[in-house]
Design a protein. Sequence first.
Lengths: 151, 152
Amino acid sequence: MDVVVQLQRQLADHTASLFHEGFLNDQFNQLQQLQDESNPDFVVEVVSLFFEDSERLLNELAKALEQQAVDYKKVDAHVHQLKGSSSSIGAQRVQGVCIPFRNFCEEQNIEGCLKCLQQVKHEYSLVKNKLETLFKLEQQLIAAGGSFPTL
Amino acid sequence: MGAAVDHVTAMGMSGGSAEGNDKSQGQRFSCKSKLTALVVDNGGVCRAIQTALLRSYGVDTEAVETGEAAVELIASGATFSLIIIEMLLPFMNGPETAKQIRAMGSQSKILGITAFFDERDQQEFLAAGADDFIEKPLSPEIVIPIIRELDN
């Protein structure tokens, strides 16, 4: 079977599962729509930025929550940023965990916050993994001489 | 009177993600007049995406990280058709930034934006002079009607 066709199929299946399983939502499609000849690596660049940003925020959250006197305003600010960025790239499940996280923060519930931190770290690592696979498949497809639709 | 929170408005466009930017038809929505925008957000991801979205519609867009930087830019004479300001900025917050921009006589359309919609934040932002207040993400459904309005 033609390797290009095979890769296209793999890419399509992988992409479909990302949406089907709720890891990504339509906002991710919007990013792909912003990629064109003048901005050829937009999606990878923005997603890489998201990875860097999220890792920083998750570290800051862990640090903030292990303080003797937790600064919940700081925690809230970090969760706010994480929800903003995850919603902007369409990382739906990460975005979703930010909601109870913020509620626990408002209640100054340390247990709840720590639980949410674990959950959001988990969701983040899942979507990171899947997006990296997505990009790898795209690269393989291009290397094999194929292309993929950006719709 | 404060403007209503912007939600998806059915402006005669087809539903779904291809609204106004269906590349399969070879035409992407573009603004008619020379429009400019300023994005004020301390998050790099949001800055990048909002900027790219606006630019994709032909809007000349700049981005800054703080309210202070936005105020400085406008004080130096820069004018913008549209200013999008994040609620939770690190030093001077969104509403305070809007207030200072209005105090300088700016007539720009100001859109407050936030990760978590909250009515008190909405009230604060609108009272400070913002025209609208929405929850992220910034989407074509929100942006296109605004651009159309500014074009006319």
